[in-house]
Structures are given as structure tokens and as C-alpha cells.
Design a protein around this ligand. Structure first.
Ligand SMILES: [Fe+2]
Length: 366
């Protein structure tokens, strides 16, 4: 595809319809997406507890290359691309290690500022990675990200839904907040519960808020919501898996809340009061995306690992199957972009962000 035809394709997309097949399948468009979206965002790749007395190197694998991250001293880190030994931009905030692969990155402080209060309450500086696992998604990054940003599939019946996730969180939460604040259809039942919980939790001195993106540079979202009555953690029966709570909840009021943060299309953070799950999405090719999950707990916690990882392991495995089926459907000769539904408002926003980034990047290429 030449620049003219890519430009025309970008401009021909309809705001309220899914993207053209080529964005999911064409290798040149994959490459353009990689450069204009993935490489431009600040992406966290690990937690500082990954380093030990025996190992001060962490290798982050990206498409055809490795970012070598080195711990130089307690608060000093470096990042280099293996292919050319050039430095990458690196920042550490609350023990999360962020890299940026562009030569002129967006300001990190501007990026992290609105997310700070949501992150800080979870005490990641006193945390360890208790477990981590990589999932291979046989789908493009677009099909993968789309799946994580729409709530319609959660409550689907049979093989294609999230029976365990919906069982724990309830369909009112999934349909109204499943892909973040404003991503679904308002539920009066959940809204009433959120209002009551917010009032009580704030009165007890804990932080509660929500945030939606205000710029066209980033794709951030954050909110705190209550877990269901008598659900204390994101385990299969809602009971605790760890001996210690994290951050402010350890010594103050345990509000049994649920924090969800999207830093960019390539990172999510979901947390209850005893563990945080960090998600990293790495685009590899038009048919492969690596989704890595890191479960972080208080550094001194004794953890029932199987119990802690059950819900998001099965949910991610279900998502991997869904994404593969979706990718195959998109690759079909019969594929026609469909109109977005009411549970897909986050996709409309993402599409706008994505196409803007592609267009902006094309504008910088002479
Ligand atoms: Fe899902």
C-alpha cells in the first residue's frame, strides 16, 4: 500500500462502524500502527521487584528486538535496545518501570499525573510480583485491544462469555462498567450502589474518583467501584487469597473497592485491596499479540497462588479464544465492518484515537 492509499483508507473510515479489514490484517498497516501508536505511548513493562541480588537485568521482548533494562542503583535504571545499543526513554513511578520507544516522547509527568491517586493507594512500592504468566493471543493487537474495550461479550452465554467473571462481579457491573467508566449502559442498581459506597468510603478518608481521557495524546481511563456485597477479593468465591492487604488498606479502612486503570491501549491495572494485576499487551504481528499478566501482592504476604490467579487466568484464556475467533472472522472474505452497539462506546473512542495517531504519524513522514 502506498501512502496515498493508506491516507484514503484512514479518511474513509466511519466513526460509528468497525474499522476496515486491512487495519487488522495488512502487514504495512500493522507496521504503521506499531510505529505510530505502540512506540509513542509510555508502556510499563515490569515491577522493580523483578530485580534481585542475583539479577539486575530484565529483558523486555518486542517485535524483532529486546529492550535490555538494567538496575544500576536503588533509584537508577537504564534501558537499551539490543539491536543498536541505543538508549530508550525510561521512567519509574511507584515501582512500575515504564519505557517509551519514540525519540521524542510525550511528557511523562503529564501522562502519569491524573492516574497518580488511583495508583498510589495500592502500595506498589512495598509489593512483589507473586506470579506472572504470558498468554499468546493468535490475533492482531487491534482485535485484542478491541476485545478488552467492549463489555458485550462478558455476559454472552456458553463458550464465548466470562461465566466466572460475571458470577463474581454481577451483570449490572459488567454491562455498565465492564470496559471502564462510560463504556456501557447505565444500570440504576449499580449506580445506586456506587453512590452509597462512594459517600461512605470518602467519609472514611479513602480516595474514590473516576477519570476519562481529556487529551488526544493518550488513552487513559481510571475508576474506583465497589465489589459486590460479601465479595472481598477477585477470587472465585470472593474470599481472600493473601495474608496481607496492600497500601492504604493495610492500616486504614478496607473499603473492598475495585480499582481499574487503563494507562494506554497496551497496559491495564486492576486491583482489589489485597492484590494488583498488571497487564502488558505487546503487538508482535498481524496474527500474534502477547498478553502478560503480573499479580502483585504485599511483599510480606503469604499467598494462595492458585486461588489468586484463577479468575483472571480463566478470563484471559477465554479472551484468547474469543480474539482468535474474531481475528479469523475479520480475515474472512465475507467480512463487512458492522455498526458499533451500545456496549461498544469505548471502541468508538479508541478508533478515533487510533486513526488520529496513524494520520499524525503519516504527517511527520516526508
Ligand atoms: Fe473479555
Amino acid at each position: 500500500m502506498n501512502r496515498q492509499s493508506i491516507q484514503e483508507l484512514i479518511q474513509s473510515q466511519e466513526n460509528d462502524h468497525n474499522l476496515d479489514q486491512a487495519f487488522f490484517c495488512n502487514e504495512e498497516l500493522f507496521d504503521l500502527s506499531y510505529r505510530s501508536v505502540f512506540m509513542k505511548q509510555w508502556v510499563f513493562v515490569t515491577h522493580t521487584s523483578i530485580f534481585s541480588a542475583n539479577s539486575n537485568i530484565f529483558n523486555f521482548h518486542i517485535q524483532n528486538d529486546v529492550v535490555k533494562i538494567k538496575k544500576i542503583s536503588k533509584n537508577k535504571f537504564s534501558a537499551k535496545l539490543s539491536s543498536n545499543n541505543k538508549d530508550c526513554h525510561i521512567k519509574v513511578y511507584e515501582s512500575l518501570i515504564f519505557i517509551n520507544l519514540s525519540s521524542d516522547p510525550y511528557d511523562f509527568e503529564e501522562f502519569i499525573l491524573p492516574l497518580k491517586p488511583f495508583i498510589e493507594i495500592h502500595g506498589l512500592e512495598d509489593a512483589k510480583i507473586a506470579y506472572e504468566k504470558e498468554f499468546i493471543f493468535n490475533a492482531s493487537h487491534l482485535a485484542t485491544i478491541y476485545n478488552f474495550k467492549e463489555c458485550a461479550h462478558c455476559t454472552s452465554q456458553g463458550t464465548y462469555g466470562h461465566k466466572d467473571y460475571v458470577g463474581l462481579h454481577g451483570s449490572e457491573y459488567c454491562n455498565s462498567y465492564g470496559a471502564g467508566v462510560g463504556s456501557g449502559i447505565d444500570s440504576k442498581e449499580f449506580a445506586d450502589r456506587l453512590y452509597k459506597w462512594t459517600k461512605e468510603t470518602k467519609a472514611r478518608g479513602n480516595f474514590v474518583d473516576d477519570y476519562t481521557e481529556t487529551t488526544d495524546k493518550f488513552f487513559r481511563i481510571a475508576e474506583r467501584t465497589p465489589l459486590k456485597e460479601n465479595i472481598f477479593s477477585e477470587t472465585v468465591d470472593g474470599s481472600r487469597a493473601c495474608s496481607h492487604l496492600m497500601g492504604q488498606f493495610k492500616d486504614n479502612y478496607d473499603d473492598n473497592g475495585y480499582t481499574a486503570i487503563g494507562f494506554s491501549p497496551f497496559n491495564s491495572f486492576v486491583a482489589n485491596t489485597e492484590f494488583v494485576i498488571l497487564f502488558v499487551f505487546v503487538p508482535v504481528s498481524t496474527t500474534k499479540t502477547i498478553v502478560k499478566l503480573m499479580w502483585c501482592t504485599h511483599k510480606d504476604a503469604e499467598v494462595d497462588i492458585e486461588k489468586m490467579i484463577f479468575l483472571w487466568t480463566i478470563t484471559t484464556q477465554e479472551d484468547a479464544i474469543l480474539c482468535e475467533i474474531n481475528q479469523k472472522g475479520i480475515e474472512s472474505k465475507s467480512f463487512v465492518p458492522g455498526k458499533y452497539g451500545k456496549l461498544e462506546t469505548a471502541l468508538v473512542q479508541y478508533q478515533k484515537f487510533y486513526l488520529n495517531h496513524l494520520q499524525n504519524h503519516l504527517n511527520t513522514i516526508v
